[in-house]
Design a protein around this ligand. Structure first.
Ligand code: HEM
Length: 395
């Protein structure tokens, strides 16, 4: 027998909701297994079991028409908005280019950049610094465009571009309008810098065009893929590493444990991703009536899978708000799951290896130096500014 879908009338994507995203998402999860957002006319799932099942079942939860999907938006229309078979052949190109073997050669460069950065940061021990601007963003915004082979000119537009693409994943509200202010020069930059003739022939971006030459994808798809990599790889990694540093400042015994046992580094990074995921929600559309705990999601309904809430679901995770680098984090949905699971995971892990191991070498401890300022994005989540104070490691 059908149960009643719970209804939430709140605006869960307003500025106030974004400032309190953890509480808002946890409340939605606890309201019921299936919750309809009356303002947005979409249905959200927040419980781990249902989110992970939906991610596995792309036949029932298609990616082709996600909530608020506007094919004319600034978002590159490829991969995340595709189902098989187009998704499969395009994804093959990207996953070959991002395979562990293909990008292992980057490890040395990442280590060198991270070491230089953290040596400078350590020299400023004692004074408050913004860990986003001065550590995680400084690192990712250097290594990512280098890796893609983008020209130097115009790289200052990287944040605005990523922020705009994230905005298109959410509703057309005030935050959306703010993200779209003055987009002209940003769009012009993206359009130019992702062209074949402007990319470094040795870079990752050019590999998309080589796949076009080999007939695997079209020239237009190659350009869209460079744009996707640019937007998907930047703020996710910036935010997750910033969250790790925040967790180290709030749970100093966990950072001490990590310094004592550096082999836990990947665990620490994965736990940061579980503890406070940078993607609040991913959209899907139901292709048939789907029943969950007696509640029916009708065919054609646009849905949101609440990644961050599922990663803190107490039905799945013991003491979910505790940051525990020894936790068995396997199965968290911070990378998504199923056919759309993050194709850049290996690269993000390589960046995290480099930056966090440089932290271990150069920094003895992190302390909060004020409240973080949230990233004002309806769907993206994490600190935009993170004031911390560091104690340098003894030389
Ligand atoms: C810590 C960093 C990262 C996190 C937390 C993250 C998270 C995610 C998540 C949750 C998804 C699935 C979205 C969905 O199912 O709708 C995804 C997909 C994707 N990610 Fe990442 N990502 C990260 C880094 C990267 C990097 C470094 C790249 C590129 C080099 C990248 C490229 C992509 C792409 C292209 C997709 C779409 C895959 C598909 O549709 O098949 N991501 N990511």
């Amino acid at each position: 027998m059908a149960s009643e879908v719970r209804v939430c009338d709140d605006d869960v994507f307003s500025e106030e909701a974004v400032r309190n995203a953890r509480e808002v998402d946890d409340r939605l999860r606890e309201l019921g297994p299936v919750v309809r957002l009356s303002r947005e006319k979409i249905t959200v799932l927040g419980r781990y079991e249902h989110v992970s099942n939906a991610l596995k079942d792309w036949h029932s939860f298609s990616s082709r028409s996600r909530p608020w999907h506007d094919p004319d938006s600034v978002r590159p229309e490829i991969l995340l908005v595709d189902d098989p078979p187009r998704h499969t052949h395009v994804r093959n190109v990207v996953s070959t280019a991002l395979s562990p073997r293909a990008i292992a050669r980057m490890a040395e460069h990442f280590q060198a950049d991270a070491d230089a950065l953290m040596r400078e940061v350590a020299a400023r021990g004692g004074e408050p610094i913004d860990a986003v601007e001065e550590i995680t963003q400084a690192f990712v915004y250097k290594v990512l465009p280098d890796l893609l082979g983008l020209p130097q000119a115009g790289r200052e537009h990287l944040y605005a571009f990523g922020h705009m693409v994230w905005a298109t994943l959410g509703p057309p509200n005030a935050l959306f309008a703010q993200a779209m202010e003055n987009i002209g020069p940003v769009i012009e930059w993206v359009d130019q810098c992702c062209n074949r003739e402007n990319l470094d022939p040795e870079g990752l971006g050019m590999q998309m065009f080589l796949a076009a030459d080999a007939g695997q994808i079209t020239e237009a798809e190659a350009k869209l893929l460079v744009q996707v990599l640019l937007s998907a790889a930047a703020d996710t990694t910036v935010m997750t590493m910033a969250t790790a540093l925040r967790a180290f400042s709030l749970f100093p015994e966990q950072y001490r444990l990590l310094r004592a046992e550096p082999a836990l580094l990947r665990n620490a990074f994965e736990e940061s991703l579980r503890w406070d995921s940078p993607s609040r929600m991913a959209g899907r559309i139901a292709t048939r009536d789907v029943e969950i705990e007696g509640c029916v999601i009708p065919k054609g309904e646009r849905c949101g899978l609440l990644f961050a809430a599922a990663n803190r679901d107490p039905r799945r995770w013991a003491d979910p708000d505790r940051f525990d680098i020894r936790r068995d984090h396997r199965g968290h949905v911070g990378w998504g799951y199923g056919i759309h699971a993050c194709v850049g995971r290996v690269l993000a892990l390589l960046e995290a290896d480099a930056l966090l191991s440089a932290c271990i070498r150069h920094i003895e401890g992190f302390e909060p130096a004020g409240e973080p300022t949230p990233w004002m994005s309806a769907i993206g989540h994490g600190p935009a500014r993170l004031p911390i104070r560091i104690t340098p490691a003894a030389a």
